[in-house]
Design a protein around this ligand. Structure first.
Ligand SMILES: NC(=O)C1=CN([C@@H]2O[C@H](COP(=O)(O)OP(=O)(O)OC[C@H]3O[C@@H](n4cnc5c(N)ncnc54)[C@H](O)[C@@H]3O)[C@@H](O)[C@H]2O)C=CC1
Ligand SMILES: O=C(O)[C@@H]1CCC=N1
Length: 273
């Protein structure tokens, strides 16, 4: 079967993650194009992936079955201004807080729009992406969007566009929460008298090992937690401190703030463009 041609508008970190994933999954370099105005970055993309890179979106969208919008939300309106996409093209946006109605206003209704929220572990094909498209979107467009994001990890389809704000709060921003937790544990280890190097290594390897254990065993994380927690032991003492310090309420609030911010960004973008 003929491979679809996929055009990326914006060749930054997330685009590189998706392109790397597509190439690793067998998509041919000759069927990937990028628009990237920053010349140094464009050169890097050419060298790294052997793909065609142009400086503006208008030069790459003709003949592309899929167009991935991978610029920052603040760059979106300019990147799409005056752009004419092929009729029936699948447009996959990965931008945080840009609603499909705003993209429809910018691109017209001759294309199929899919809004997604990936995360940075996509760089190692370990990402997870939430995707949403309206009910009437043809299966072929859904499948194409799914293929692009699956090349960077797992995908899950959502019923409502507003769910994207919740996905952003959990998995889009999520890697930062785990990095923060690692920082906090590292600092606490130092306060207990460990050297910075040892504290850092212990915290980081524990994070990696625990994640791998959850993934490999498939056992629910609350069971895994209970397995570490001996009655009357050290873990129980630590968890008691975390629970009484309000860890659940803190995370609930943090994720609510992230989702609210996503909604707010969407409103601001819609008003401005
Ligand atoms: N970083 C993250 O954790 C996540 C980011 N996202 C979304 O992914 C999108 C891209 O983010 P990053 O890759 O981190 O940003 P980035 O800044 O690395 O990449 C954006 C690229 O677009 C280029 N660009 C700027 N104006 C352009 C134009 N007019 N035409 C074509 N290209 C243009 C820039 O030179 C840059 O290389 C954003 O919308 C962000 O909300 C989504 C999920 C997670
Ligand atoms: O912080 C942000 O707005 C973006 C969206 C998800 C991760 N980074």
């Amino acid at each position: 079967m003929m491979q679809p041609t996929i055009a990326f508008i914006g060749g930054g970190n997330m685009a590189a993650a998706l392109i790397g994933g597509l190439l690793a999954s067998g998509h041919s370099a000759s069927h990937i194009r990028v628009a990237e105005p920053f010349a140094e970055r464009a050169d890097w993309l050419r060298r790294q992936f052997g793909i065609d890179v142009k400086s503006s979106a208008a030069e790459i969208v003709r003949g592309s079955q899929a167009v991935v919008l991978a610029v920052k939300p603040q760059q979106m309106a300019e990147a799409l201004s005056g752009l004419k996409l092929d009729k029936g093209a699948t447009v996959v946006s990965i931008a945080a807080g840009v609603r499909l109605s705003s993209l429809g206003d910018l691109l017209g209704d001759q294309v199929h729009l899919v809004r997604t929220m990936p995360n940075t572990p996509a760089l190692y094909q370990k990402g997870i992406t939430g995707l949403y498209t309206p009910k009437g979107t043809p299966d072929a467009a859904r499948e194409l969007a799914d293929k692009i994001l699956k090349a960077a990890g797992k995908t899950c389809w959502l019923e409502n566009e507003s769910d994207i704000d919740a996905v952003t709060a959990v998995s889009g921003s999520g890697p930062a929460y785990f990095f923060l937790l690692t920082e906090v544990m590292r600092e606490a280890g130092e306060k207990l008298g460990l050297s910075p190097e040892i504290a850092a290594e212990l915290a980081q390897q524990t994070f990696i090992g625990a994640a791998e254990m959850a993934a490999k065993t498939g056992i629910d994380v609350s069971t895994l937690r209970a397995q570490v927690t001996s009655k009357g032991g050290t873990t129980e003492a630590a968890l008691k401190a975390l629970e009484s310090g309000g860890i659940r309420a803190i995370f609930e609030r943090a994720l609510r703030e992230a989702a609210d911010r996503g909604r707010e960004l969407g409103e601001q973008f819609a008003q401005k463009n």
